[in-house]
Design a binder for this molecule. Structure first.
Ligand code: FAD
Length: 476
């Protein structure tokens, strides 16, 4: 089962084949695209949002929904790859957007179960105490942060720190925004942006349904589908496995530790969400096996009935901060690489991008600029990411249960299902030509490098790839 706890996505599945003209086009209806809508309400402009699937069905549907200022060891990681000033500025941006998000939720009366939590970063390893002390030192410059030796749910804890955070239901948040905007903004689902062409003073966007003329574009697609920005060389993808169970007692608390691997716990309603066993996307690609390991780890500490299990991917950048901003000489804005903290960085991206559209100053725009300078440490991270990706990719390339054939220079991969039916695809991801892996868990073909996904018969489900891998003869 790969289904999250967040409930049903409200969808009227509106589509159109007609040509559309709009001032602003938002591509992608996750937390970034939908929060951008809120910031654009009231502007005297026509606004259109399209999503390749249902609005809210992307990564935001598979998050744990913690709005955290404390973000594991992120501030010291940023300090290491940049400097102290940058790390503090990032901390300020997270405090700023948490307050902004609370204001938006209040202003529009968004019923999304937001509540205050105690937030814990803890360790059970003597070696990591120093790291926690360092994180506390940075956090304490701007927020209240205290030392603890015990967690409220009695999960083992040698040492830790506590701050305040918020949690919410991200899908209720998105459904409510959809309701607020539906009469003011054109929202179209099952509409995939395929290509953007620059014309004299506008853009023509080709979708799978129609053509859209837009003056300004926000790309909020999680992984951008345009290759201009060298995103694949500055980022890597990590996957995360989650279990939702029914514990005996719940707490207004969330906690995270990263000794050898991340363990994250939060509570929602009468559920406990447990996450563990993260790894690079291309490494250990067998989701079934990985999910079983997460369940085994969970059972070492808890004996509660499991109700949901799910996994998904998020993008990590080489300096642990998101990439947000305007493409040079274009009226196109992009936001990506939230380093698994998209509940703050998604709304922050929305605020920065819409401020840029409105020609308004934003004091964090420079920090996340798409063209920020690189340095030796960032380059080292790039090399590490790419080396690990390539190593795992080569190891994963051939799966035992898949038949590979080559014809006229094209490699095909064939999966034979339980009914002995063959499912054949072109074994090359149209995005950046990586070979694909058959994902037994969801019965999909997945790109282990950049996360594109295809149905069992090769129809594209999720980008950055925009094209299917159906062999010509079977294409409809
Ligand atoms: C398991 C897990 C747990 C997490 N937990 C937390 C947490 O507790 N707190 C936190 O802060 N962050 C968390 N994150 C990170 C956070 O969930 C993500 O960073 C965030 O949801 C990304 O939002 P988004 O709007 O960029 O992307 P999405 O929600 O994926 O939205 C992008 C949308 O764009 C659409 N789209 C894509 N391509 C196209 C196209 N070509 N044309 C049209 N539409 C397109 C998609 O269908 C999708 O709906 C977690 C991530 C994972 C994987």
């Amino acid at each position: 089962m790969n289904k999250s706890i967040w409930g049903n996505i409200k969808s009227e599945t509106k589509m159109t084949n007609k040509y559309i003209e709009t001032d602003i086009l938002i591509i992608g209806g996750g937390i970034t695209g939908m929060t951008s809508l809120l910031y654009l309400l009231g502007e005297n402009k026509t606004i259109t949002l399209i999503d390749e699937n249902k609005i809210g069905s992307g990564i935001t549907n598979k998050t744990t929904g913690k709005i955290n200022i404390m973000q594991e060891y992120n501030y010291q990681k940023i300090e290491k790859t940049t400097d102290k000033k940058t790390s503090i500025k990032y901390l300020e941006s997270q405090i700023y957007i948490t307050n902004e998000l609370k204001k938006l939720i209040k202003k529009y009366n968004i019923k999304c179960d937001i509540e205050k939590n105690d937030s814990y970063l803890f360790t059970n390893s003597q070696n990591n105490i120093k790291k926690i002390i360092k994180e506390k030192e940075i956090l304490s410059k701007k927020i209240k942060c205290e030392t603890i030796k015990k967690l409220p749910n009695n999960y083992p804890c040698l040492y830790g720190i506590k701050t305040t955070s918020y949690v919410f239901n991200p899908i209720k948040y998105i459904n409510e925004i959809k309701n607020i905007c539906k009469d003011k903004i054109n929202l179209y689902e099952n509409t995939r942006a395929l290509k953007i062409s620059k014309k004299l003073d506008y853009y023509l966007i080709k979708t799978n349904k129609n053509k859209i003329k837009a003056k300004q574009i926000l790309i909020c697609t999680h992984y951008p589908f345009i290759n201009k920005l060298y995103i694949p060389f500055k980022t890597t993808i990590e996957k995360e496995y989650i279990i939702a169970c029914k514990p005996e007692k719940t707490y207004k608390a969330n906690m995270i530790s990263n000794d050898n691997e991340i363990i994250s716990i939060r509570y929602y309603d009468d559920y406990m969400l447990y996450s563990n066993n993260n790894s690079l996307l291309c490494n250990k690609f067998n989701h079934k096996k990985n999910m079983n390991k997460t369940i085994q780890n969970f059972k070492r500490h808890f004996n509660y009935p499991i109700k949901y299990t799910w996994y998904n991917y998020d993008i990590l950048s080489n300096d642990h901060m998101p990439l947000i901003g305007k493409i040079k000489n274009e009226n196109i804005l992009v936001a990506t690489a939230y380093n698994k903290w998209g509940m703050t960085n998604g709304p922050l991206a929305a605020k920065i991008m819409t401020d840029i559209l409105k020609n308004k100053e934003n004091e964090y725009a420079d920090l996340f600029n798409l063209y920020r300078k690189t340095n030796k440490k960032k380059l080292l991270n790039d090399c590490k990411y790419n080396y690990n990706n390539i190593k795992a990719y080569i190891k994963n390339k051939k799966q035992k249960n898949i038949k590979y054939i080559k014809k006229e220079g094209i490699e095909y991969a064939i999966y034979i299902d339980e009914k002995k039916q063959e499912h054949k695809i072109i074994n090359k991801c149209p995005h950046l030509k990586c070979k694909l892996i058959f994902n037994e868990f969801d019965k999909t073909w997945d790109c282990p490098c950049h996360g594109s996904r295809y149905t069992i018969d090769g129809k594209v489900i999720k980008g950055p790839s925009n094209y299917s891998i159906i062999p010509k003869k079977t294409q409809k």
